[in-house]
Design a protein around this ligand. Structure first.
Ligand SMILES: Nc1nc2c(ncn2[C@@H]2O[C@H](COP(=O)(O)OP(=O)(O)O)[C@@H](O)[C@H]2O)c(=O)[nH]1
Ligand SMILES: Nc1ncnc2c1ncn2[C@@H]1O[C@H](COP(=O)(O)OP(=O)(O)O)[C@@H](O)[C@H]1O
Length: 382
Protein backbone atom coordinates (compact mmCIF):
# COMPACT_ATOMS: atom_id res chain seq x y z
CA UNK A 1 0.00 0.00 0.00
CA UNK A 2 1.23 3.51 -0.76
CA UNK A 3 0.81 6.43 1.62
CA UNK A 4 -2.79 6.77 2.75
CA UNK A 5 -4.35 9.93 1.28
CA UNK A 6 -4.45 12.78 3.81
CA UNK A 7 -8.25 13.11 3.86
CA UNK A 8 -8.56 9.58 5.28
CA UNK A 9 -6.42 10.58 8.20
CA UNK A 10 -8.57 13.69 8.73
CA UNK A 11 -11.83 11.87 8.44
CA UNK A 12 -10.85 8.60 10.12
CA UNK A 13 -13.96 6.90 8.81
CA UNK A 14 -14.42 3.99 6.43
CA UNK A 15 -13.47 5.17 2.97
CA UNK A 16 -13.63 3.58 -0.42
CA UNK A 17 -11.96 5.78 -2.96
CA UNK A 18 -9.70 5.20 -5.94
CA UNK A 19 -9.53 1.51 -5.16
CA UNK A 20 -8.58 1.97 -1.50
CA UNK A 21 -10.42 -0.20 1.04
CA UNK A 22 -9.28 1.18 4.40
CA UNK A 23 -11.01 0.95 7.76
CA UNK A 24 -9.82 3.07 10.63
CA UNK A 25 -10.30 2.30 14.31
CA UNK A 26 -9.34 4.63 17.10
CA UNK A 27 -7.94 3.02 20.23
CA UNK A 28 -6.49 5.44 22.80
CA UNK A 29 -4.65 8.16 20.91
CA UNK A 30 -3.95 6.02 17.87
CA UNK A 31 -6.00 5.30 14.77
CA UNK A 32 -5.27 1.93 13.17
CA UNK A 33 -5.75 1.96 9.41
CA UNK A 34 -6.32 -1.56 8.11
CA UNK A 35 -6.60 -2.46 4.45
CA UNK A 36 -5.02 -1.21 1.28
CA UNK A 37 -5.53 -1.07 -2.44
CA UNK A 38 -8.50 -3.24 -3.31
CA UNK A 39 -7.39 -4.81 -6.55
CA UNK A 40 -10.36 -7.24 -6.57
CA UNK A 41 -10.37 -10.06 -5.77
CA UNK A 42 -7.18 -9.51 -3.83
CA UNK A 43 -7.20 -7.07 -0.97
CA UNK A 44 -4.01 -7.46 1.00
CA UNK A 45 -4.51 -6.35 4.60
CA UNK A 46 -1.79 -3.79 5.36
CA UNK A 47 -1.57 -1.84 8.63
CA UNK A 48 -0.69 1.82 9.24
CA UNK A 49 -1.05 3.79 12.44
CA UNK A 50 -1.98 7.43 12.69
CA UNK A 51 -0.57 8.76 15.97
CA UNK A 52 -2.95 11.57 16.91
CA UNK A 53 -0.69 13.00 19.62
CA UNK A 54 2.24 13.45 17.26
CA UNK A 55 0.12 13.99 14.16
CA UNK A 56 2.18 11.38 12.31
CA UNK A 57 1.51 8.36 10.13
CA UNK A 58 3.63 5.41 11.33
CA UNK A 59 4.48 2.12 9.59
CA UNK A 60 4.48 -0.41 12.44
CA UNK A 61 6.48 -3.61 12.49
CA UNK A 62 3.83 -6.26 11.78
CA UNK A 63 4.52 -9.59 13.54
CA UNK A 64 2.75 -12.95 13.24
CA UNK A 65 1.49 -14.67 10.12
CA UNK A 66 -0.24 -12.19 7.83
CA UNK A 67 -3.75 -13.15 6.62
CA UNK A 68 -3.97 -14.25 3.01
CA UNK A 69 -5.61 -11.68 0.69
CA UNK A 70 -9.41 -11.41 0.68
CA UNK A 71 -12.20 -9.61 -1.16
CA UNK A 72 -12.81 -7.08 1.56
CA UNK A 73 -13.12 -6.90 5.31
CA UNK A 74 -15.13 -5.66 8.28
CA UNK A 75 -13.61 -4.88 11.65
CA UNK A 76 -14.41 -3.87 15.21
CA UNK A 77 -12.08 -2.99 18.13
CA UNK A 78 -12.26 -5.26 21.19
CA UNK A 79 -11.22 -4.42 24.75
CA UNK A 80 -8.77 -1.66 23.71
CA UNK A 81 -6.08 -4.20 22.88
CA UNK A 82 -7.07 -5.90 19.62
CA UNK A 83 -9.23 -5.49 16.54
CA UNK A 84 -11.45 -8.29 15.25
CA UNK A 85 -11.37 -8.61 11.47
CA UNK A 86 -13.79 -10.60 9.32
CA UNK A 87 -12.30 -11.34 5.92
CA UNK A 88 -14.81 -11.57 3.11
CA UNK A 89 -14.66 -14.20 0.42
CA UNK A 90 -12.36 -16.43 2.51
CA UNK A 91 -12.64 -20.10 3.44
CA UNK A 92 -14.78 -20.81 6.55
CA UNK A 93 -11.69 -21.65 8.61
CA UNK A 94 -9.83 -18.54 7.51
CA UNK A 95 -12.22 -15.63 7.92
CA UNK A 96 -11.79 -14.51 11.53
CA UNK A 97 -8.55 -12.74 12.44
CA UNK A 98 -7.30 -10.52 15.24
CA UNK A 99 -4.90 -7.62 14.90
CA UNK A 100 -3.33 -7.22 18.33
CA UNK A 101 -2.36 -3.63 19.04
CA UNK A 102 -1.75 -3.53 22.78
CA UNK A 103 -1.80 -7.09 24.18
CA UNK A 104 0.91 -8.32 26.54
CA UNK A 105 2.85 -9.86 23.61
CA UNK A 106 2.69 -6.63 21.60
CA UNK A 107 3.75 -4.50 24.58
CA UNK A 108 6.71 -6.81 25.28
CA UNK A 109 7.82 -6.77 21.63
CA UNK A 110 7.45 -2.99 21.44
CA UNK A 111 9.82 -2.71 24.41
CA UNK A 112 12.34 -5.25 23.07
CA UNK A 113 12.36 -3.91 19.51
CA UNK A 114 12.06 -0.23 20.42
CA UNK A 115 9.53 0.46 17.67
CA UNK A 116 5.77 0.49 17.08
CA UNK A 117 4.53 -3.12 16.83
CA UNK A 118 1.25 -4.84 15.96
CA UNK A 119 0.68 -8.61 15.54
CA UNK A 120 -1.71 -10.84 13.61
CA UNK A 121 -3.37 -13.90 15.10
CA UNK A 122 -5.80 -16.19 13.31
CA UNK A 123 -9.04 -17.13 15.06
CA UNK A 124 -9.69 -20.88 15.33
CA UNK A 125 -12.76 -22.71 16.66
CA UNK A 126 -12.36 -25.18 19.53
CA UNK A 127 -9.42 -26.08 21.76
CA UNK A 128 -6.68 -28.69 21.21
CA UNK A 129 -5.67 -31.41 23.69
CA UNK A 130 -2.97 -30.47 26.20
CA UNK A 131 0.50 -30.76 24.62
CA UNK A 132 2.93 -33.26 26.19
CA UNK A 133 6.47 -32.15 27.09
CA UNK A 134 8.98 -35.03 27.31
CA UNK A 135 12.42 -34.35 28.81
CA UNK A 136 15.33 -36.46 29.92
CA UNK A 137 19.09 -36.80 29.44
CA UNK A 138 20.59 -37.54 26.05
CA UNK A 139 20.44 -41.26 25.25
CA UNK A 140 17.70 -42.13 27.77
CA UNK A 141 15.27 -43.14 25.00
CA UNK A 142 12.97 -40.09 24.50
CA UNK A 143 13.18 -40.26 20.72
CA UNK A 144 12.60 -44.03 20.74
CA UNK A 145 9.48 -43.72 22.94
CA UNK A 146 8.09 -40.85 20.86
CA UNK A 147 8.65 -42.80 17.60
CA UNK A 148 6.78 -45.79 19.06
CA UNK A 149 3.86 -43.54 20.03
CA UNK A 150 3.71 -41.88 16.60
CA UNK A 151 3.86 -45.26 14.89
CA UNK A 152 1.03 -46.75 16.95
CA UNK A 153 -1.17 -43.63 16.97
CA UNK A 154 -0.25 -41.67 13.83
CA UNK A 155 -3.50 -39.77 13.66
CA UNK A 156 -3.54 -38.81 17.34
CA UNK A 157 -0.13 -37.27 17.95
CA UNK A 158 2.06 -34.80 16.10
CA UNK A 159 5.68 -33.94 16.82
CA UNK A 160 6.75 -30.37 17.49
CA UNK A 161 9.66 -29.91 15.07
CA UNK A 162 12.25 -27.81 16.92
CA UNK A 163 14.85 -25.49 15.46
CA UNK A 164 18.49 -26.27 16.22
CA UNK A 165 21.93 -24.98 15.31
CA UNK A 166 23.50 -28.44 15.65
CA UNK A 167 24.51 -30.34 12.50
CA UNK A 168 22.12 -33.03 11.21
CA UNK A 169 22.93 -36.67 11.98
CA UNK A 170 23.08 -39.14 9.09
CA UNK A 171 19.41 -40.11 8.90
CA UNK A 172 17.92 -36.82 10.08
CA UNK A 173 15.83 -34.78 7.65
CA UNK A 174 15.43 -31.01 7.72
CA UNK A 175 11.85 -30.08 8.61
CA UNK A 176 11.08 -33.58 9.92
CA UNK A 177 13.44 -34.19 12.86
CA UNK A 178 14.53 -30.57 13.26
CA UNK A 179 14.60 -27.33 11.36
CA UNK A 180 18.38 -27.08 11.02
CA UNK A 181 19.30 -23.45 11.08
CA UNK A 182 22.11 -20.87 11.31
CA UNK A 183 22.65 -19.37 14.75
CA UNK A 184 22.25 -15.77 13.47
CA UNK A 185 18.92 -16.59 11.75
CA UNK A 186 17.62 -18.32 14.86
CA UNK A 187 18.73 -15.46 17.12
CA UNK A 188 16.92 -13.00 14.86
CA UNK A 189 13.70 -15.04 14.99
CA UNK A 190 13.97 -15.32 18.78
CA UNK A 191 14.24 -11.51 18.92
CA UNK A 192 11.06 -11.21 16.85
CA UNK A 193 9.12 -13.31 19.37
CA UNK A 194 8.72 -16.40 17.19
CA UNK A 195 9.82 -18.89 19.87
CA UNK A 196 7.80 -20.35 22.69
CA UNK A 197 11.08 -21.32 24.38
CA UNK A 198 14.75 -21.80 23.55
CA UNK A 199 17.88 -22.95 25.35
CA UNK A 200 21.58 -23.63 24.83
CA UNK A 201 22.00 -27.40 25.19
CA UNK A 202 25.32 -29.29 24.86
CA UNK A 203 26.82 -26.21 23.14
CA UNK A 204 24.06 -25.68 20.55
CA UNK A 205 20.92 -23.58 20.43
CA UNK A 206 17.57 -25.41 20.42
CA UNK A 207 14.10 -23.90 20.43
CA UNK A 208 10.40 -24.54 19.89
CA UNK A 209 8.75 -22.04 17.59
CA UNK A 210 5.18 -21.06 18.38
CA UNK A 211 4.28 -22.22 14.86
CA UNK A 212 5.72 -25.73 15.50
CA UNK A 213 3.13 -26.30 18.23
CA UNK A 214 0.29 -24.52 16.41
CA UNK A 215 0.52 -26.56 13.20
CA UNK A 216 0.08 -29.78 15.17
CA UNK A 217 -3.03 -28.40 16.92
CA UNK A 218 -4.32 -27.11 13.55
CA UNK A 219 -4.18 -30.72 12.30
CA UNK A 220 -6.40 -31.77 15.23
CA UNK A 221 -3.53 -33.70 16.89
CA UNK A 222 -1.98 -33.69 20.36
CA UNK A 223 1.45 -32.10 20.27
CA UNK A 224 4.55 -33.88 21.64
CA UNK A 225 7.58 -31.74 22.53
CA UNK A 226 11.02 -33.36 23.06
CA UNK A 227 12.88 -30.58 24.89
CA UNK A 228 15.48 -30.23 27.65
CA UNK A 229 14.80 -29.29 31.28
CA UNK A 230 15.51 -25.57 30.72
CA UNK A 231 12.99 -25.57 27.86
CA UNK A 232 10.46 -27.43 30.02
CA UNK A 233 10.88 -24.76 32.71
CA UNK A 234 10.19 -22.00 30.14
CA UNK A 235 7.10 -23.79 28.81
CA UNK A 236 5.86 -24.25 32.38
CA UNK A 237 6.17 -20.48 32.88
CA UNK A 238 4.46 -19.73 29.55
CA UNK A 239 0.74 -19.60 28.86
CA UNK A 240 0.83 -23.06 27.24
CA UNK A 241 -1.00 -25.52 29.47
CA UNK A 242 0.96 -28.75 29.02
CA UNK A 243 1.61 -32.13 30.66
CA UNK A 244 5.27 -32.61 31.73
CA UNK A 245 6.99 -36.04 31.73
CA UNK A 246 10.63 -36.71 32.68
CA UNK A 247 12.37 -39.88 31.50
CA UNK A 248 15.12 -41.29 33.76
CA UNK A 249 17.74 -43.94 32.90
CA UNK A 250 18.09 -47.00 35.17
CA UNK A 251 21.74 -45.97 35.86
CA UNK A 252 24.49 -43.71 34.54
CA UNK A 253 26.35 -46.79 33.25
CA UNK A 254 23.34 -47.88 31.18
CA UNK A 255 22.91 -44.31 29.88
CA UNK A 256 26.54 -44.26 28.73
CA UNK A 257 26.12 -47.68 27.09
CA UNK A 258 23.04 -46.48 25.13
CA UNK A 259 24.64 -43.25 24.07
CA UNK A 260 27.74 -45.09 22.77
CA UNK A 261 25.66 -47.84 21.14
CA UNK A 262 23.65 -45.23 19.24
CA UNK A 263 26.93 -44.18 17.64
CA UNK A 264 25.78 -40.72 16.55
CA UNK A 265 28.16 -38.58 18.63
CA UNK A 266 31.93 -38.11 18.72
CA UNK A 267 33.74 -39.13 21.91
CA UNK A 268 33.96 -35.48 22.94
CA UNK A 269 30.20 -34.99 22.43
CA UNK A 270 29.43 -38.19 24.39
CA UNK A 271 31.53 -36.87 27.28
CA UNK A 272 29.75 -33.53 27.23
CA UNK A 273 26.30 -35.17 27.20
CA UNK A 274 27.23 -37.47 30.09
CA UNK A 275 28.57 -34.53 32.12
CA UNK A 276 25.27 -32.68 31.59
CA UNK A 277 23.14 -35.77 32.29
CA UNK A 278 23.73 -35.84 36.06
CA UNK A 279 22.51 -32.25 36.54
CA UNK A 280 19.54 -32.83 34.21
CA UNK A 281 18.46 -35.92 36.18
CA UNK A 282 18.73 -34.03 39.48
CA UNK A 283 16.66 -31.13 38.10
CA UNK A 284 14.17 -33.47 36.47
CA UNK A 285 13.53 -35.19 39.79
CA UNK A 286 13.49 -32.21 42.12
CA UNK A 287 12.53 -29.04 40.22
CA UNK A 288 8.78 -29.50 40.59
CA UNK A 289 8.38 -28.95 36.84
CA UNK A 290 7.40 -32.49 35.99
CA UNK A 291 4.03 -34.09 36.64
CA UNK A 292 5.35 -37.63 36.04
CA UNK A 293 8.66 -39.49 36.04
CA UNK A 294 9.12 -42.59 33.88
CA UNK A 295 12.07 -45.02 34.31
CA UNK A 296 13.23 -46.38 30.98
CA UNK A 297 14.79 -49.68 31.97
CA UNK A 298 12.77 -52.17 29.97
CA UNK A 299 11.62 -50.34 26.82
CA UNK A 300 8.28 -52.11 26.41
CA UNK A 301 7.35 -51.56 30.07
CA UNK A 302 8.32 -47.90 29.88
CA UNK A 303 6.26 -47.46 26.71
CA UNK A 304 3.24 -49.04 28.41
CA UNK A 305 3.76 -46.59 31.31
CA UNK A 306 3.81 -43.67 28.86
CA UNK A 307 0.62 -44.85 27.18
CA UNK A 308 -1.06 -45.16 30.59
CA UNK A 309 -0.14 -41.57 31.44
CA UNK A 310 -1.67 -40.48 28.14
CA UNK A 311 -4.87 -42.42 28.79
CA UNK A 312 -4.12 -44.92 26.02
CA UNK A 313 -4.21 -48.15 28.00
CA UNK A 314 -7.85 -49.01 27.32
CA UNK A 315 -9.85 -49.10 24.12
CA UNK A 316 -8.87 -46.05 22.14
CA UNK A 317 -10.36 -44.51 19.07
CA UNK A 318 -7.50 -43.53 16.84
CA UNK A 319 -9.22 -41.10 14.54
CA UNK A 320 -8.02 -37.49 14.82
CA UNK A 321 -10.22 -35.02 16.63
CA UNK A 322 -12.59 -33.54 14.07
CA UNK A 323 -11.82 -29.84 13.87
CA UNK A 324 -14.95 -27.77 14.31
CA UNK A 325 -16.13 -26.12 11.14
CA UNK A 326 -15.91 -22.39 10.58
CA UNK A 327 -18.55 -20.12 9.11
CA UNK A 328 -18.64 -18.76 5.60
CA UNK A 329 -19.56 -15.09 5.75
CA UNK A 330 -21.37 -13.34 2.89
CA UNK A 331 -19.92 -10.21 1.31
CA UNK A 332 -22.16 -7.90 3.28
CA UNK A 333 -21.74 -7.98 7.08
CA UNK A 334 -22.10 -5.41 9.86
CA UNK A 335 -20.40 -5.99 13.19
CA UNK A 336 -21.22 -4.56 16.60
CA UNK A 337 -20.06 -5.31 20.14
CA UNK A 338 -22.30 -5.69 23.17
CA UNK A 339 -20.41 -6.49 26.40
CA UNK A 340 -18.38 -9.63 25.68
CA UNK A 341 -20.42 -10.59 22.63
CA UNK A 342 -19.91 -9.66 19.00
CA UNK A 343 -23.03 -9.52 16.88
CA UNK A 344 -22.44 -10.10 13.20
CA UNK A 345 -25.35 -9.12 11.01
CA UNK A 346 -25.24 -10.82 7.63
CA UNK A 347 -26.94 -8.62 5.09
CA UNK A 348 -27.56 -11.23 2.46
CA UNK A 349 -29.62 -14.41 2.68
CA UNK A 350 -26.75 -16.36 1.09
CA UNK A 351 -25.26 -17.44 4.39
CA UNK A 352 -24.46 -21.04 3.63
CA UNK A 353 -24.42 -22.61 7.08
CA UNK A 354 -27.68 -21.27 8.46
CA UNK A 355 -30.92 -19.74 7.39
CA UNK A 356 -30.64 -17.18 10.19
CA UNK A 357 -28.77 -13.96 9.61
CA UNK A 358 -27.36 -12.97 13.02
CA UNK A 359 -24.24 -14.65 14.28
CA UNK A 360 -23.05 -14.20 17.87
CA UNK A 361 -19.38 -14.57 18.72
CA UNK A 362 -18.69 -15.05 22.42
CA UNK A 363 -15.41 -13.38 23.46
CA UNK A 364 -15.31 -14.99 26.93
CA UNK A 365 -14.02 -18.30 25.57
CA UNK A 366 -11.01 -16.88 23.67
CA UNK A 367 -7.54 -18.22 24.53
CA UNK A 368 -4.01 -17.73 23.25
CA UNK A 369 -3.31 -15.07 20.67
CA UNK A 370 -0.28 -13.65 18.88
CA UNK A 371 2.25 -14.84 17.92
CA UNK A 372 0.14 -18.04 17.65
CA UNK A 373 -3.56 -18.57 17.05
CA UNK A 374 -6.51 -17.18 19.00
CA UNK A 375 -8.32 -20.39 19.90
CA UNK A 376 -11.65 -21.24 21.48
CA UNK A 377 -13.79 -19.23 19.04
CA UNK A 378 -17.39 -19.95 19.85
CA UNK A 379 -20.08 -18.66 17.55
CA UNK A 380 -23.69 -19.51 16.94
CA UNK A 381 -26.56 -18.27 14.79
CA UNK A 382 -29.71 -16.70 16.21
N1 LIG B 1 14.91 -26.38 25.08
C1 LIG B 1 14.85 -27.17 24.03
N2 LIG B 1 15.50 -28.32 24.02
C2 LIG B 1 15.40 -29.10 22.92
C3 LIG B 1 14.64 -28.75 21.79
N3 LIG B 1 14.74 -29.72 20.87
C4 LIG B 1 15.51 -30.65 21.40
N4 LIG B 1 15.92 -30.30 22.64
C5 LIG B 1 16.75 -31.04 23.60
O1 LIG B 1 18.10 -30.93 23.22
C6 LIG B 1 18.80 -32.05 23.72
C7 LIG B 1 19.70 -32.58 22.63
O2 LIG B 1 18.91 -33.07 21.56
P1 LIG B 1 19.59 -33.86 20.38
O3 LIG B 1 20.75 -33.08 19.87
O4 LIG B 1 18.54 -34.22 19.38
O5 LIG B 1 20.22 -35.13 21.08
P2 LIG B 1 19.58 -36.38 21.87
O6 LIG B 1 18.85 -35.90 23.06
O7 LIG B 1 20.78 -37.14 22.23
O8 LIG B 1 18.71 -37.09 20.92
C8 LIG B 1 17.75 -33.02 24.20
O9 LIG B 1 17.68 -32.92 25.62
C9 LIG B 1 16.46 -32.52 23.61
O10 LIG B 1 15.35 -32.83 24.43
C10 LIG B 1 13.95 -27.49 21.85
O11 LIG B 1 13.26 -27.08 20.94
N5 LIG B 1 14.09 -26.75 22.97
N1 LIG C 1 14.92 -49.22 27.34
C1 LIG C 1 15.96 -49.28 26.50
N2 LIG C 1 16.82 -50.29 26.59
C2 LIG C 1 17.90 -50.36 25.77
N3 LIG C 1 18.17 -49.47 24.80
C3 LIG C 1 17.32 -48.43 24.66
C4 LIG C 1 16.17 -48.29 25.49
N4 LIG C 1 15.53 -47.16 25.13
C5 LIG C 1 16.23 -46.63 24.10
N5 LIG C 1 17.31 -47.38 23.81
C6 LIG C 1 18.36 -47.14 22.81
O1 LIG C 1 19.18 -46.11 23.35
C7 LIG C 1 19.65 -45.23 22.34
C8 LIG C 1 19.26 -43.81 22.69
O2 LIG C 1 17.86 -43.65 22.55
P1 LIG C 1 17.22 -42.34 21.95
O3 LIG C 1 15.77 -42.60 21.79
O4 LIG C 1 17.98 -41.89 20.76
O5 LIG C 1 17.49 -41.33 23.17
P2 LIG C 1 17.23 -39.77 23.35
O6 LIG C 1 16.25 -39.34 22.29
O7 LIG C 1 16.68 -39.63 24.73
O8 LIG C 1 18.56 -39.11 23.20
C9 LIG C 1 19.04 -45.71 21.04
O9 LIG C 1 20.02 -46.47 20.32
C10 LIG C 1 17.87 -46.60 21.48
O10 LIG C 1 17.62 -47.63 20.56
Amino acid sequence: MGEAPAFIIDDLQTEFLNGFDLKSHVIGNKAYLIGGVNDEPTLSLGVHIFDQTRGELVNPLVLGTKPTPCKGHSAVPLNEDRILIIKRGSAPDDCIWFLEVDTQFVREQRKILGTEVVAWSKGVRGNPDKPVVISGPSGVGKGTLISMLMKEFPSMFGFSVSHTTRAPRGMEKDGVHYHFTERSAMEREIKYGKFLEFAAVHGNLYGTSVEAVEVVADAGKRCILDIDVQGARSVKASSLDAMFIFVCPPSMEELEKRLRARGTETEEQVQKRLRNAQAEIEQGQSSGIFDHILYNDNLEECYEGLKKLLGLDGNVTTSPKASPKGVEFPMDVAISKIDQKIIIKCGSPELKTTSKNLIVLDLCSLKGGAPGRTRGLDFYAI
